[in-house]
Design a protein around this ligand. Structure first.
Ligand SMILES: Nc1nc2c(ncn2[C@@H]2O[C@H](COP(=O)(O)OP(=O)(O)OP(=O)(O)O)[C@@H](O)[C@H]2O)c(=O)[nH]1
Ligand SMILES: [Mg+2]
Length: 316
C-alpha cells in the first residue's frame, strides 16, 4: 500500500492550499507496476517513472478550504530481469556450465537436475568492451505450463530478452525413474510446446540452438542425426509420435555443436550470438528509420496541403 501526502489546508495568506506531494518510490530497473484497475507500467529505462500515488488537492473553495487526503493505492511490483540473452532448456542440460564458460560468473553446477533455483545474470565481455548479459534460468520440464517444476514461473525473466539460447543435451533425458525417457529430439519438441504454451512470443524470438555435451558423442553420429532432424523440421516430425508435435516451431538463427564443459565452441557461440544480435539490431534500426521517414513524408504532405489551403484562401 502506498500513500501520498495530504494537500495543505487554505489559510488566511494562501487561499489555495498547496497540493500534497506525490509519492515516488525508487525501484530497480526492470520493474513492472501493476495497479488495482489492471493497468501495468514498465519501468525499463533509466529515468522511467510513474506516480505511485497522487498527492491530495490543496484546500480551495470547493473543498471547504481543507486539503484533501493523498491517494492510497495498492500496487504490486513485479521484477522482470533485463538480460539480452535468455538460456532455456531442461534441467541438467548444461546451461550454468555454459554461463560459467563464457562469463566470469561462477554458478552452481552439479550432476543433478534443478541445481539453479533462481535466475542468475552473467556478462559476456568482448575484447572491444561490448557487454551482452545472459540470464541463466532454472530448467523447464515437461508439463511446466501445468505448473510442474518451477522453471515456468521464471520465464517472465526471459520475456524481454532479445535472443533465446536453447541448451539441449544430445543424450536422452529422463528426469527421474518415474518419468519417461525422452530422446533429445523429443525433449526439444516438448520444450517448444511448453514455451508456446507460455506465450509472450517466445517462439518468435530470435533464437539459437546449442547441442551440448558433444564430448559424450566421439563419433559425432548422434549429433549429426539430431542436426538433421532439427534442420528438416517440420518434415522430421514424422519420426515421432503425434503427442510430440508442437503447434508452432521457432526458426533458429543458428544450430551449434558444443561442449560447455570442455569449452568446445563456446567462444564461437559467444561471437555468433553477438553477430546475430547486431544483425537484428541493425534490422530494427532500419525499420525504425523507415517508419520515421514515412511519418516525415506524411507530415510534409500535411504541410503541402495546408499551404494549398492557405493559397486558396489568399486568392479567393
Ligand atoms: N560431458 C559433459 N557434461 C556436461 C557438459 N556441460 C555440462 N555438463 C554436466 O552436466 C551437469 C549439469 O550441468 P549444469 O550446468 O548444472 O546444468 P543446468 O542446465 O544448469 O541444470 P539446472 O540448473 O538443473 O537447470 C553437470 O554435471 C555438468 O558438469 C558437457 O558439455 N559435457
Ligand atoms: Mg543450472
Amino acid at each position: 500500500m502506498c500513500k501520498a501526502e495530504r494537500g495543505e489546508n487554505s489559510d488566511k495568506f494562501h487561499l489555495l492550499g498547496d497540493r500534497g506531494a506525490d509519492l515516488h518510490l525508487e525501484v530497480p530497473l526492470g520493474i513492472v507496476v501493476h495497479t488495482p484497475d489492471g493497468k501495468t507500467v514498465d519501468l525499463n529505462r533509466d529515468g522511467d517513472a510513474c506516480i505511485a500515488a497522487q498527492g491530495g488537492t490543496g484546500g480551495n473553495d470547493k473543498t471547504n478550504f481543507l486539503g484533501l487526503k493523498g491517494e492510497r493505492n495498492l500496487i504490486a511490483l513485479e521484477l522482470k530481469l533485463l538480460a539480452d540473452v535468455g538460456l532455456v532448456g531442461y534441467p541438467n542440460a548444461g546451461k550454468s556450465t555454459f554461463l560459467k564458460a563464457i562469463s566470469r560468473t561462477t554458478p552452481k553446477i552439479t550432476a543433478y537436475p534443478f541445481t539453479t533455483l533462481s535466475p542468475q545474470i552473467g556478462m559476456m565481455e568482448y575484447t572491444d568492451g561490448r557487454m551482452i548479459s545472459v540470464a541463466d534460468l532454472p530448467g523447464l520440464i515437461e508439463g511446466a505450463s501445468q505448473n510442474f517444476g518451477m522453471g515456468f514461473k521464471f520465464l517472465r525473466h526471459v520475456e524481454r530478452t532479445k535472443l533465446l539460447l536453447y541448451v539441449l543435451d544430445i543424450n536422452p533425458f529422463q528426469l527421474s525413474f518415474k518419468h519417461p525417457e525422452r530422446s533429445a529430439f523429443q525433449a526439444l519438441l516438448l520444450l517448444f510446446q511448453e514455451l508456446d504454451e507460455y506465450g509472450h512470443g517466445m517462439l518468435e524470438k530470435p533464437s539459437v540452438l546449442a547441442l551440448n555435451k558433444i564430448d559424450t558423442d566421439p563419433s559425432g553420429k548422434l549429433t549429426d542425426k539430431l542436426i538433421d532432424l532439427v534442420k528438416n523440421l517440420p518434415d522430421s516430425l514424422e519420426e515421432v509420435d503425434e503427442e510430440f508435435h508442437p503447434k508452432n516451431l521457432p526458426k533458429f538463427d543458428g544450430v551449434f555443436r558444443m561442449s560447455a564443459m570442455k569449452r568446445e565452441n563456446t567462444q564461437l557461440l559467444k561471437d555468433r550470438i553477438r553477430e546475430i544480435m547486431d544483425e537484428y539490431a541493425e534490422k530494427r534500426r532500419a525499420e525504425e528509420l523507415e517508419k520515421t521517414n514515412a511519418l516525415l513524408q506524411l507530415k510534409d504532405a500535411d504541410v503541402l496541403r495546408v499551404n494549398e489551403e492557405q493559397l486558396k484562401t489568399t486568392f479567393v
